[in-house]
Design a protein around this ligand. Structure first.
Ligand SMILES: *Cc1c(COP(=O)(O)O)cnc(C)c1O
Length: 395
């Protein structure tokens, strides 16, 4: 069934969940009301017959897959998208019975067996993969045709059969009694760009492939193409379903999409002050002394570090919210700890809780702020938070 590594990953996650109650140095708070708000407002962009798939891969972009999946389904999502088989199994084990699409590729007998057993739905990227599935399902005597999703490459050059070969691919799958086509889809490479040229070319290719199929008398039960940016930016890309990740977590894929829908940030990263001390001018702080006190100052130690998912390259670059005020992080971020300049916060004491990402009063620090400093994207920041940060759901 699951590989040794996959079993260990699930066990590790259970360990962190079981002992979350005594891990009070740092944690992630998940605002369920904000998540529901985002799903409902994204739904308002869609026609009533268009379904919303909540993309919850990578532990729901670091937010915690089970909590997010349950809340998204309640708020109006009807499908879930994951990247891997164990991610799908985790949702099924928690009792979720909504349809689950595995967006990544699967090939091995063990994966196929698990997909059938847990009623997950695979992406088929090539004729060879379709044949492997067909043979494996025959071997295990799977009693029903397995719903599968045909992936076309229209310009992303990642998974999928080239759009010009769509007809041959679909006809081959139709000829395999173990498989039943549930949808045909493709993925956009530049949906968050203000220049829509490539996106429109991908859409034209997708529609051309669908038209070819139609000419052969084949109509797909469900077509889908849009990620968050396309869902927010262009209604003509919605088709029968949209696959929304980043936006349900309350982040905008690009600044020019801000006006299309009002989103609320779901995740907050919190940590506790573990010690406060005064240092004198000329005193170095943390490994390598990359920060040296210019004058006498008060510093606070925080119980969170790069092994929790705060990138070390942010050292000396970020601010943290303390009582609604932004204070500077100083010195190199270490594996489990980092330091702050709290000279302007009177009476701060060990035990006080501060906000690394999130809102305090009118001040907010978002994953986008970190991403910009690192020349990366908010997707990478969010999915980088580790399991040793407990996820606490705020209802
Ligand atoms: C991750 C992913 C999405 C969601 O993308 P967002 O930009 O986060 O909305 C949609 N479709 C596929 C195939 C994906 O891999």
């Amino acid at each position: 069934m699951l590989s040794h590594q996959e079993t260990q990953n699930l066990a590790a996650q259970r360990h962190y969940d079981t002992y979350a109650w005594c891990s009070q140095r740092a944690w992630i708070e998940i605002d369920i009301a904000a998540l529901s708000h985002n799903v409902r407002h994204l739904r308002r962009l869609l026609s009533p017959r268009t379904q919303l798939m909540a993309v919850v891969k990578a532990d729901a972009y670091g937010h915690g897959a089970i909590t997010v999946a349950q809340a998204a389904l309640e708020a109006g999502a009807s499908w879930l998208g994951v990247a891997t088989v164990p991610e799908g199994i985790q949702l099924r084990e928690s009792g979720i019975d909504a349809p689950i699409l595995i967006l990544g590729a699967t090939h091995t007998k063990e994966q196929i067996q698990a997909i059938a057993e847990w009623q997950l739905q695979p992406t088929l990227c090539s004729p060879q993969q379709a044949l492997i599935f067909s043979t494996a399902l025959e071997t295990i005597k799977n009693p029903f045709p397995l719903p599968v999703h045909i992936k076309l490459d229209t310009g992303m050059s990642r998974l999928g059969t080239d759009w010009e070969q769509a007809a041959e691919f679909v006809q081959l799958v139709q000829g395999l009694p173990q498989l039943q086509i549930a949808s045909i889809y493709s993925h956009l490479a530049t949906a968050d760009s203000e220049d829509t040229t490539v996106m429109k070319q991908q859409q034209a290719r997708f529609e051309s492939a669908i038209a070819q199929l139609k000419a052969l008398g084949i109509t797909a039960p469900c077509l889908h193409l849009a990620n968050s940016a396309a869902t927010m930016g262009d209604r003509s890309l919605h088709y029968d379903m949209v696959r929304v990740g980043l936006a349900i977590y309350g982040l905008y894929p690009a600044p020019h999409l801000h006006h299309t829908v009002n989103l609320r940030s779901v995740l907050q990263v919190k940590a506790r002050v573990t010690q406060v001390k005064t240092i004198t001018a000329g005193t170095g702080v943390s490994y390598g002394h990359t920060f040296v006190a210019p004058n006498t100052m008060r510093i606070a130690v925080l119980g969170i570090g790069y092994a929790d998912g705060v990138p070390r390259n942010l050292s000396n670059q970020i601010q943290v919210l303390v009582r609604g005020q932004k204070v500077a992080q100083i010195g190199n971020i270490t594996m489990d700890q980092m330091m702050l300049d709290v000279s302007n916060i009177p009476d701060i004491q060990a035990g006080e809780v501060v906000t690394l990402l999130g809102k305090e009063g009118e001040s907010e620090i978002s994953a986008n702020d970190w991403a910009e400093k690192l020349n990366t994207i908010s997707w990478e920041i969010l999915s980088g938070f580790k399991h040793r940060l407990p996820r606490v759901a705020l209802m």
